[in-house]
Design a protein around this ligand. Structure first.
Ligand code: ADP
Ligand code: MG
Length: 554
């Protein structure tokens, strides 16, 4: 029983640290129960995991959602509220992490996280607590005080929640979900609401830039949505097909593209990007020197290499800017992406375009630039959003041209067409040698064996790297926003290890793994795991140097 926890902690005073192991198990209290899921081995180790369980009767106030994303919004809200609440804990002393409490929510994205789970019967919250010690000796009295204070906060937690803020976050997210789900039937791939604040304070901050110019939709691209809660929302709708975002340097092109990349997830109220909504299957692709590529049929972009080298099952440990971009595009298609976002700044020029002069000079061309594939993308129903400042060859083909001037967009599609006619590029649009076909690959289970090295280690290292066995997987080209997403990738890799059979195509495999697991919550008992989309898990798999694949027919 919970009342017994406090004298028990006090009784540990002065004992060696491992005596804390006896905390394991459940301590039942009045309005909630505490469970010690993991107990650390010493005060410097990763702190212990504590789970709080509130029974169904305490949860009436939380059933304010109608859409599954609304439930995620509640969970996200609770975790943020818990984090804010624990900031008011007094200071507890000791060595290492003694007395420190960690609730993990790292970004303003509303994501499913293992730290909060609202089930039919109960609400579970998980966080970490550094169990107090001085050196290797337990500070039992300090631990008693700490858990007394924690219990106080947990007792009042659900009662004292800001109900209005909760409802407003849920409604925000449900409106987001409504727009995201309606984009396809409206013929759109993204929506940016008027008055959105897109730029961030700095490259390392997620806070909105103060004094930023609010987004204002150009009249010709203005659309409105009747959302379930807010009523009517007005903003810019980007149509399917090829969209160019252009303008002079520093006029906000990359900022807009970034916002669209982030817009696959909902944001909390106050973020500035609440009404930026991007197609759920959008993915950014970019050049990535030095990455590994395994068994990709690159022929739609790279073919007929010198000395008869075949590219129909192409692998390399050290891809160039151009091959890495070609691979990223084809892998994204293989994983089912419906919208690709590219920035000229991070795309190899030779894969974007080959102009008339180079066409004339170079006869034995081994590259088919994206420019010659635009029609094929349209035929596949895959849209492209391209930031270009220097390459004008796309103007002829664009369905929509957005011109940014001092952060204000205006539509320049007709102007662009007129210019394209007045200044023909003189390029020949030849029929590409190979069709834009996407070959499916099935990963072999060994690919995901973390024991391939000597030591099993799975851990994130910032947002850019995942340590998996002996390998450090470079994730810098992926759009991950929380360390918890990186750690989730490691946990999912281990699932893939069990489920891969060398026959199931990668796309089916990642979808099965992500969809089949009941929940993130049951994937890991640690709180630091957050949702990733199938396209991200697939992209991470594609960057695993140990990946082995077999070609399969679908
Ligand atoms: P581009 O890609 O066109 O060269 P960026 O998107 O990199 O331009 O933006 C250049 C700078 O302008 C960045 O520092 C960015 O934070 C800032 N910026 C972007 N949009 C806005 C805005 N709406 N209001 C104020 N500053 C902005
Ligand atoms: Mg830029």
């Amino acid at each position: 029983r919970l009342e017994e926890l406090f004298p028990f902690l006090a009784s540990l005073e002065g004992r060696p640290y491992p005596f804390y192991k006896d905390l394991k198990g459940t301590w039942r209290g009045e309005g909630f129960e505490l469970r010690f899921v993991h107990v650390q081995g010493d005060p410097f180790a990763t702190p212990s995991v504590v789970e709080v369980r509130y029974p169904a009767r305490a949860l009436e106030k939380l059933r304010v959602y109608r859409h599954p994303m609304g439930q995620v919004a509640v969970e996200d809200f609770l975790l943020r509220a818990l984090k804010a609440r624990f900031r008011h804990l007094p200071f507890f002393g000791g060595s290492g992490h003694s007395g420190r409490v960690f609730v993990e929510v790292e970004s303003p994205k509303v994501l499913r996280r293992a730290g909060a789970h609202l089930g039919q019967e109960a609400l579970y919250l998980r966080f970490r607590v550094g169990l107090p010690a001085s050196g290797r000796r337990i500070l039992g009295k300090e631990a008693e005080r700490l858990f007394w204070a924690l219990a106080e906060h947990l007792r009042g937690f659900l009662w004292e929640l800001d109900g209005r803020a909760l409802v407003s976050q849920v409604q925000q997210v449900e409106d987001f979900a409504y727009i995201q789900e309606s984009l396809p039937q409206r013929g759109l791939v993204a929506f940016v609401g008027d008055r959105a604040i897109l730029p961030r304070e700095s490259g390392v901050s997620q806070k909105p830039l103060r004094g930023a110019v609010p987004f204002q939709s150009p009249p010709s691209l203005r659309v409105s949505f009747r959302v379930p809660h807010k009523g009517e929302v007005v903003g810019m709708g980007l149509p399917q097909g090829l969209t160019l975002i252009t303008g002079g340097g520093f006029h906000g092109k990359t900022t807009l593209l970034e916002a669209l990349v982030h817009g696959v997830y909902p944001h909390i109220p106050g973020d500035g990007r609440e009404w930026v909504v991007t197609h759920a299957l959008a993915q950014r692709v970019q050049s990535e020197d030095g990455r590994s590529v395994k068994g990709v049929d690159l022929r739609p972009f790279v073919h007929d290499l010198p000395l008869g080298q075949d590219t129909s099952f192409f692998s390399t440990e050290d891809a160039s800017g151009c091959t890495s971009l070609a691979a990223a595009i084809l892998e994204a298609l293989e994983l089912g992406a419906r919208v690709l976002l590219l920035d000229e700044d991070t795309s190899a020029t030779n894969l974007l375009v080959r102009d008339a002069r180079m066409q004339a000079l170079v006869q034995r061309e081994t590259l088919t630039p994206l420019l010659d594939r635009v029609q094929d993308f349209k035929a596949r129903g895959v849209s492209l959003i391209l930031v270009v400042g220097g390459v004008g060859d796309y103007l002829d083909l664009a369905d929509t041209v957005l011109l940014l001037e001092e952060y204000r967009p205006r539509e320049a599609t007709l102007e662009a067409k007129a210019i394209a006619q007045a200044h023909p590029t003189g390029r020949a649009f030849g029929e590409p040698r190979y069709p834009l076909a996407v070959a499916s690959r099935a990963p072999l289970p060994e690919s995901f064996d973390p024991r391939r090295g000597r030591k099993v280690r799975v851990k994130g290292r910032g947002l850019r790297e995942l340590v998996y066995g002996e390998e450090v997987v470079d994730l810098s080209a992926l759009d991950l926003f929380e360390n918890a997403q990186v750690r989730a990738l490691g946990a999912w890799f281990q699932r893939l290890w069990r489920q891969a059979d060398g026959k199931t195509p990668l796309r089916k495999l990642v979808e099965a793994v992500l969809g089949g697991a009941e929940d993130l919550f049951s994937l890991e008992e640690a709180p630091e795991v957050a949702e990733v989309r199938p396209v991200e898990l697939g992209a991470a798999v594609n960057r695993l140097r140990g990946l082995e694949v077999r070609r399969v027919e679908e």
